[in-house]
Design a protein around this ligand. Structure first.
Ligand SMILES: [Fe+2]
Length: 195
């Protein structure tokens, strides 16, 4: 029988990713693999920091490491079946995020601005990839990448989110799909709206 992969080891492994690489793509990719290994061992359900109530659980916050500066965070969510919502694309500013599902599912959509050859036209926002995240899957969005998240409309979803800094301190953007407009936001309004 293989040895259980503990939360303590998982945190240690994520810290060593930040210690050994400065490249956010490499960091996010390695962290996605680490949390998939955690899912295989029953994490975050087996975490002392996780609970039965719906909501957000802070599993860990680092004081020294992160990208582009210190403060990466591990958050876990227990979310009831959710209503289908209007997509709310956003980025995470200069930070990256790794999202992984332990139970249920999330739909992640990735967007990019599309430019016409006609310079008089404004760029439009287009979805480029739709990802169904199933249990055990982790994906990531790199600094500046625009994405939106839809939780399962049928069953409870338990997922984790590793942000490369504490996003409440980060100015970032939210986008309107139809018009392509964006607005910057930060701090306390980030706490009351979707990731
Ligand atoms: Fe996000």
């Amino acid at each position: 029988m293989s040895t259980a992969y503990t939360e303590q080891q998982l945190i240690k492994d994520i810290r060593s990713v930040f210690q050994n690489s400065l490249d956010p793509r490499e960091q996010a990719h390695s962290i996605a693999q680490i949390i998939e290994r955690g899912f295989d061992s029953g994490w975050p359900l087996n975490s002392a920091k996780f609970g039965e109530e719906n909501g957000t659980y802070e599993i860990y916050k680092d004081k020294e490491l992160g990208h582009p500066s210190a403060g990466f965070m591990i958050l876990a969510y227990r979310q009831p079946a959710s209503k289908k919502t209007t997509p709310s694309p956003h980025d995470h500013g200069p930070c990256f995020v790794v999202y992984g599902v332990q139970k249920g599912s999330n739909i992640q959509t990735r967007y990019t601005y599309s430019y016409s050859d006609d310079r008089s036209e404004m760029p439009s926002l287009r979805p480029t990839q739709i990802i169904e995240q199933l249990p055990g899957h982790a994906h990531y969005f790199l600094p500046g990448e625009i994405h939106s998240t839809q939780g399962s409309t049928e069953i409870e979803t338990i997922y984790v989110r590793i942000t490369s800094m504490d996003l409440t301190n980060i100015t970032r953007h939210r986008y309107d799909v139809k018009s392509g407009r964006s607005r910057s936001f930060s701090a306390h309004d980030a706490r009351t709206t979707r990731k």
